[in-house]
Structures are given as structure tokens and as C-alpha cells.
Design a protein around this ligand. Structure first.
Ligand SMILES: Nc1ncnc2c1ncn2[C@@H]1O[C@H](COP(=O)(O)OP(=O)(O)OP(=O)(O)O)[C@@H](O)[C@H]1O
Ligand SMILES: Cc1ncc(C[n+]2csc(CCOP(=O)(O)O)c2C)c(N)n1
Ligand SMILES: [Mg+2]
Ligand SMILES: [Mg+2]
Ligand SMILES: [Mg+2]
Length: 325
């Protein structure tokens, strides 16, 4: 069955179940001109939007529709995580060709709803339109954080340490393995298809007093530059300590590429990169899943890496650039 067979309104009716996971904050959900939600007056509201375009952000050759929905939510939840926030509400827009199989959209929604349920987030509404070609999915997410405590990109100070969560370069390894049709990359392929946002770690890092934070959507080099620029500092990291998965080393070896480049320029890991006062190092390590990879220096926007050969390499602000080549 195609979207044109059931029409816009039947489609909207069909998704209006399992959308509220925390009824205490909802006055009116799907079904009116606007949704109404209740914000906690003790908290500040976080709001962010991200879009996923077919064949740019995902391909149904490499991902199931369920994965696409799941990862769409992850990309948005990840921006809330990067502020140390608690995700609460989403509204989402779907543009799809009239001839799209309804079963594909149902699967997108399963992925979206499962991820929302996991994080107690409500789907308050959305928009459904037709496109001439390809699927475009957009989510606006609302989260909250106790007043004045959100972790910005601008708080890094000389002397701070730089840390990351889990592995970086993980999703790019999986995408590479998929595009070359390689076997034996199960973990990183899952990292591309079903990445998870670091919501709990983001909140833990905020509560421990990290000074700046960013999520890794475009690649470590680009995210470090954003922190360096916003904070007016230099950053130096050590190639030898950047946490890469075994499969990243294997893929790099077989393609003759440098392993750390997957972390620096790959993106879509949805891990967190942060800075913190040096005296927090031991406490932060005790949280687990955290590696200290460098330090913040006085300066203005320069990001460098000490290579395995112990040479200093200046990193460009190069990550994924939609209008680059
Ligand atoms: N078209 C736009 N109009 C207004 N503001 C924008 C627009 N595009 C981006 N921004 C703003 O620019 C800043 C950086 O956005 P960007 O999308 O790079 O961040 P991000 O969502 O963390 O990264 P990514 O999109 O790679 O996940 C944000 O404050 C965002 O709101
Ligand atoms: C089919 C396919 N081709 C390429 C990529 C890689 N890719 C696309 S967008 C992006 C950065 C984040 O984008 P944004 O800044 O919009 O959040 C990256 C690394 C992919 N995921 N799927
Ligand atoms: Mg964005
Ligand atoms: Mg972000
Ligand atoms: Mg984003």
C-alpha cells in the first residue's frame, strides 16, 4: 500500500498511538493546531532541530527504515546530551513521495517511537507533506536543564583537560565497511545503523562541572574547533590516546588509511567531547566510558594533534560540510 492510497489524514491517525511516554508534561498532544506542554519553572528550556535527507544522511541500502527512525532521534537527543540536558518533547516533520510504501513509514515510526520510549520523550505533533523525490525527516526537540547549568561550547579554559566518551570514528568505520561490502565489522556497522545518544553521561558530566561540551556529529576535529573558537583557546590532543575500536584499526589497515582520521573527520558517532578542570580527572575517569585525550592551552582557535611519531599536526576545521566538496 502506498501513501497516496491511504492519504495524509489516515496516515496521521495511524501514528497516533504510543506517542506519550511522560503524560505529566502534556496538556494537548497530536490533534490540534499546536500542542501544549508544561515546562518546569525551575528549569531552562533547550530547543534544537536537525534534518535527515535520504542519500545524504542515510541510505535504505545500508539501513532499515527502523534504523533510520532510531538514528534520527539519536541525532536530536545527542544535541540535548551535549548541553547536559534532559530530553522531554519532540515534534517531527516527514516529507515523502506519494508512492512510498506505507510499511516503510510505519517502520520509521517504530524506530522513532522505541527511541522516544527509551528516553521518556513525548511525540507532541508534527507535519506530513509530499516530496517529489526522496524522504526528508526533521525533528525539533525540547529538553531542559536546571537554570544556569547548561554546558556551553564557550567555557573551556587554559589548563583544562579534554575528554571523549566511548569510541570515536566508530560510525564512519561501519559506514566504510558497508560501502565496501566487507564482513567482520558487526560492532561498527551497528554503530552506524543504531547509534545511541549519551544522555546519562551528558548529565553526569554537567553535574561534575565540566567546562564545555559538544556532541560528535561532524567529526572530532570539527567539534574541537567549535569549542576552541567559542572559548577563545587552543586545544592539543594525543593521537595515541584517542579511543578507537579494533575494527577501525582493521579497516584502516586494509584500506591503507590512517585509523585516527575516522575519528577526526568521520562524524556521526554521537559521542561527547568536553573540557574539564584538571583536578576533576580522577573523578571523571571513575564515571567510566571516558578517555582523557588532550588539554586546553592559551591561544586562539588552533587545534593540534601530537601524532604517533610525536610530531605536531595542526588539524583543520574539516568535518562533514554539506556544501563542501
Ligand atoms: N538555517 C539555520 N537558521 C538558523 N540557525 C541555524 C541554521 N542552521 C544552523 N543554525 C544554528 O547554527 C548553530 C550550529 O548548528 P549545527 O547544525 O552546526 O549544530 P549541530 O546541530 O550541533 O550540528 P549537526 O547539525 O552536525 O548535528 C546552531 O546554533 C544552530 O541553531
Ligand atoms: C548514505 C550516507 N552517506 C554519507 C553519510 C555521512 N554523513 C552524512 S551527513 C554527515 C555529518 C552530519 O550531518 P549534519 O551536519 O547534517 O548533522 C555524515 C558524516 C551517511 N551517513 N550516509
Ligand atoms: Mg544541526
Ligand atoms: Mg550538536
Ligand atoms: Mg545536531
Amino acid at each position: 500500500m502506498q501513501l497516496q492510497d491511504i492519504g495524509e489524514f489516515n496516515f496521521i491517525d495511524s501514528i497516533n498511538s504510543d506517542v506519550i511516554n511522560d503524560a505529566s508534561t502534556v496538556v494537548t498532544g497530536i490533534g490540534d493546531d499546536c500542542a501544549i506542554y508544561k515546562a518546569n519553572p525551575e528549569m531552562e528550556q533547550l530547543v534544537s532541530i536537525d534534518t535527515m535527507v535520504e542519500e545524504i544522511h542515510f541510505s535504505l541500502r545500508y539501513m532499515t527504515p527502523y534504523d533510520v527512525g532510531y538514528r534520527l532521534m539519536t541525532a536530536n537527543l545527542s544535541d540535548i546530551a551535549a548541553m547536559g540536558g534532559i530530553p522531554r518533547q519532540v515534534v517531527l516533520s516527514v516529507a515523502a513521495p506519494k508512492a512510498l510504501d506505507v510499511a516503510i513509514l510505519d517502520e520509521f515510526y517504530k524506530g522513532i517511537k522505541d527511541q522516544c520510549k527509551l528516553h521518556h520523550v513525548n511525540i507532541l505533533g508534527g507535519d506530513t507533506v509530499s516530496s517529489q523525490e526522496g524522504i526528508v525527516l526533521t525533528v525539533t526537540i525540547i529538553g531542559e536543564v536546571p537554570r544556569g547549568t547548561a554546558v556551553l561550547r564557550s567555557g573551556a579554559r587554559p589548563g583544562d583537560i579534554v575528554g571523549v566518551t566511548n569510541y570515536v570514528g566508530y560510525a564512519a568505520t561501519g559506514l566504510g565497511a558497508l560501502s565496501y561490502g566487507y564482513d567482520g565489522y558487526d560492532m561498527t556497522i551497528l554503530g552506524h545503523q543504531r547509534p545511541d545518544p549519551q544522555i546519562e553521561l551528558g548529565q553526569a558530566l554537567r553535574m561534575h562541572g565540566v567546562t564545555s561540551m559538544n556532541d560528535i556529529s561532524d567529526g572530532l576535529a570539527s567539534e574541537l574547533h567549535e569549542i576552541a573558537k567559542a572559548s577563545g583557546v587552543n586545544i592539543v590532543i594525543d593521537e595515541q590516546i584517542v579511543p578507537l575500536h579494533e575494527e577501525t584499526y582493521t579497516l584502516a589497515k586494509s584500506l591503507g588509511t590512517r585509523p585516527v582520521d575516522y575519528a577526526l573527520y568521520g562524524g556521526e558517532d554521537f559521542q561527547l567531547v568536553f573540557t574539564a578542570p584538571k583536578e576533576l580527572e580522577d573523578t571523571l575517569k571513575k564515571i567510566g566510558q571516558i578517555t582523557i585525550i588532550g588539554q586546553v592551552l592559551e591561544g586562539n582557535n588552533i587545534v593540534q594533534m601530537v601524532t604517533k611519531e610525536r610530531k605536531i599536526e595542526t588539524l583543520e576545521a574539516r568535518g562533514y560540510n554539506h556544501f563542501g566538496n
